[in-house]
Design a protein around this ligand. Structure first.
Ligand SMILES: [Zn+2]
Ligand SMILES: [Zn+2]
Length: 344
C-alpha cells in the first residue's frame, strides 16, 4: 500500500506499507539511487531474476522474499553497500572486489577545529565553547576567530589576538588535560592573495585556517592563485570552506580544482568539509577526488554557538558520500597526533 501526504510547508512524502518479510526489497528500492538500482536490476536479470520493491521474481513466477537489505545484496553475491555510496559511481565494482571503504562515522570525530567566539562574530565565550566541545566528548578544540579585514565580524587586531591568548591560557589551566585548546584564527585570504596577518603572527598561533570570503567572483586563475598562495604559506594548516558557496543560491568561487587539490597534497594542507548545512563545502565529489589525491580533510562545524557543533552529522554525511574514511580526517585524531601534524 502506498499513500502520499503533503505537509503544511509544501513538502511531500510517501508512506509505503510492506509486510516485514518484504521490507528489505522495499527499503532498498526506496533508498535508490535510480542509477544504482538499475545496475542491481541488471545483475538480477543475469541470474534470471527480476527485482522489484516487492521481491525477486524467478522465471517460474515464484518469489524470493528479503526482509533485510543485506539479503537483497546477498542474492546478487554482493556485500551490503552503504546507502551513501549507492550512486553507480564505482561502488558495485568495489563491492565485487571486496574493496568498499570503511566510511567515517560521527563517533570517530574527536576534535572541532573551526569555531568562533564572542571575541569576533560568535555568540558565546571561549569557556562556553570549550564546555560544548568537552560535553560532546571531544579531546581537541581550536578557537579560530576572524581576522580584521573581512569587516562586520569584529575581527581581531593583533593586540586583541594577544589578549585572547591570555584568556585561553587561563582556561587551559582550569580545564587541565581534559581538553587540548588550540589558539588559532580563521585568517582572511585578501583580494590580492595576501593573508591578513604577518607571518610571525601566523607562526605564533597554534593552528591557522585560511579562508576566502571576499572577491570570490574573480576570474578562475586569479581566485585559484589566491588559494594556492595561502596553501604555500608554511603556517597555513587548513583551508576553510574552500569554495565559499552558500546553499541554496550562492555559487562557490570558480576554482581550478585540479590545481587546488594538487597543491593541497604537495603542501600537506588540509581541506575542510564545512558541516554547516548551508555550506557543505567541500562537497562529496570534491572530497572524493581530494582523498584519491592524498589530500587530508578536516570536518568542522564552523560553530558560532556551541549548539552549532550539532551540525557535525551533515559534514560526516558529505564525507561518507565522498568515500571518506576516518584515516583521511584530522578531526578523528588524538590531541597528540594533531600536535605532531601541526609541527610539520
Ligand atoms: Zn569563514
Ligand atoms: Zn568560520
Amino acid at each position: 500500500m502506498k499513500a502520499g501526504v503533503e505537509y503544511h510547508n509544501g513538502m511531500r512524502a510517501q508512506i509505503w506499507v510492506h509486510q516485514p518479510k518484504r521490507f528489505g526489497t522495499a527499503l532498498q528500492y526506496a533508498t535508490g539511487s535510480k542509477n544504482h538500482n538499475v545496475r542491481l536490476r541488471e545483475m538480477a536479470l543475469d541470474k534470471g531474476l527480476s527485482l522489484s520493491d516487492q521481491a525477486f521474481l524467478r522465471e517460474d513466477q515464484t518469489e524470493i522474499l528479503c526482509s533485510t537489505e543485506e539479503e537483497v545484496y546477498q542474492q546478487l553475491d554482493l556485500p551490503w553497500i552503504p546507502p551513501e555510496l549507492r550512486e553507480d559511481r564505482g561502488e558495485i565494482q568495489a563491492a565485487l572486489k571486496g574493496e568498499l571503504p570503511k566510511l567515517i562515522e560521527v563517533k570517530n570525530i574527536r576534535a572541532e577545529l573551526h569555531c568562533h567566539t564572542s571575541w569576533s562574530d560568535g555568540q558565546s565565550s571561549i569557556r562556553e565553547v570549550a564546555e560544548g566541545a568537552r560535553k560532546r566528548g571531544y579531546k581537541t578544540l581550536a578557537v579560530t576567530d576572524h581576522s580584521p579585514s573581512i569587516g562586520l565580524v569584529n575581527g581581531l587586531s593583533i593586540e586583541r589576538l594577544q589578549a585572547q591568548r591570555k584568556e585561553i591560557e587561563k582556561l587551559r589551566k582550569k580545564m587541565g588535560d581534559t581538553l587540548l585548546i588550540l589558539h588559532g584564527v580563521e585568517v582572511e585570504i585578501k583580494a590580492d592573495g595576501s593573508l591578513d596577518y604577518p607571518d610571525d603572527i601566523l607562526e605564533w598561533l597554534d593552528i591557522v585556517i585560511a579562508s576566502l570570503h571576499v572577491s570570490i567572483r574573480q576570474p578562475r586563475s586569479q581566485v585559484t592563485e589566491r588559494l594556492l598562495a595561502a596553501m604555500r604559506n608554511p603556517h597555513v594548516d587548513i583551508i576553510g570552506h574552500p569554495s565559499n558557496r552558500m546553499l541554496p543560491d550562492r555559487e562557490g568561487a570558480d576554482l581550478d580544482w585540479d590545481a587546488v587539490l594538487k597543491v593541497a597534497a604537495e603542501t600537506g594542507t588540509a581541506l575542510e568539509i564545512n558541516a554547516n548545512p548551508r555550506r557543505l563545502d567541500l562537497d562529496d565529489a570534491q572530497a572524493r577526488r581530494a582523498i584519491e589525491m592524498g589530500v587530508r580533510l578536516a570536518i568542522n562545524t564552523d560553530a558560532h554557538h556551541p549548539d552549532h557543533m550539532d551540525f557535525l552529522p551533515f559534514g560526516v554525511a558529505t564525507a561518507r558520500r565522498g568515500w571518506v574514511t576516518a584515516a583521511d580526517v584530522i578531526n578523528a585524531w588524538t590531541p597528540k597526533q594533531i600536535k605532531e601534524w601541526l609541527k610539520n
